[in-house]
Design a protein around this ligand. Structure first.
Ligand code: FES
Length: 183
């Protein structure tokens, strides 16, 4: 009968409304969680920060010391090599190196003592030790990655362990004798 059909249709509409509301809510919540990282990436201040270069005053880093700073959300090591550490790096035949590079190729002319590298192990990205006073510098006197035991030498070149490459040297310039701009 028409009455009966009408009642069924009415129930059907109410059910559909409920299903639609539920579907919209789920899409709304899901949509927000998908959109949030996109919105965050478009945030101009975060963008500028990610691309910015930094200036570091190195005047307090004594010969033989190293510090860790942060640039583009990554650790960066700034090391003031002693003459003996430079000599040790220069004494290694390139044929013994997994990723052959001289200290001269990894430092600036006239400032061979300043070794600047990312503090990111080239194996799986842990932060190696050796930038702070008393930390384990590894068997080759540079850096030691505690995650799987990679040893880097005084030019931050990989010498032992699973890491395939030397610690990366980022783009940098000394704008004076004491200020280095990274990036
Ligand atoms: Fe450094 Fe594996 S991450 S040795």
């Amino acid at each position: 009968t028409p009455d009966h059909d009408g009642a069924v249709e009415g129930d059907g509409v109410r059910r559909r409304d409920f299903i639609n509301i539920a579907a919209v809510s789920a899409a709304g919540v899901g949509g927000l969680s998908v959109l949030y990282p996109l919105i965050n990436q478009m945030n101009p201040s975060a963008d500028v920060l990610a691309l910015a270069s930094i200036e570091v005053d190195v005047s307090a880093i004594q010969s033989g010391q190293a510090i860790k700073t942060i640039w583009r959300k990554q650790p960066v090591f700034i090391r003031n090599l002693t003459p003996a550490e430079q000599q040790a790096a220069n004494a290694v035949p390139l044929s013994e190196l997994r990723d052959p590079q001289t200290l001269a190729e990894r430092t600036e002319e006239g400032r061979r003592n300043w070794l600047i590298t990312l503090g990111v192990c080239t194996h799986l990205g842990c932060v190696p030790l050796g930038a702070a006073e008393g930390e384990n510098k590894g068997e080759y006197g540079g850096y030691f990655c505690p995650c799987h035991g990679s040893h880097y030498d005084t030019a931050a070149r990989i010498r032992k362990g699973p890491a395939p490459l030397n610690l990366e040297v980022p783009e940098y310039t000394f704008t004076s004798d004491t200020i280095v701009q990274i990036g």
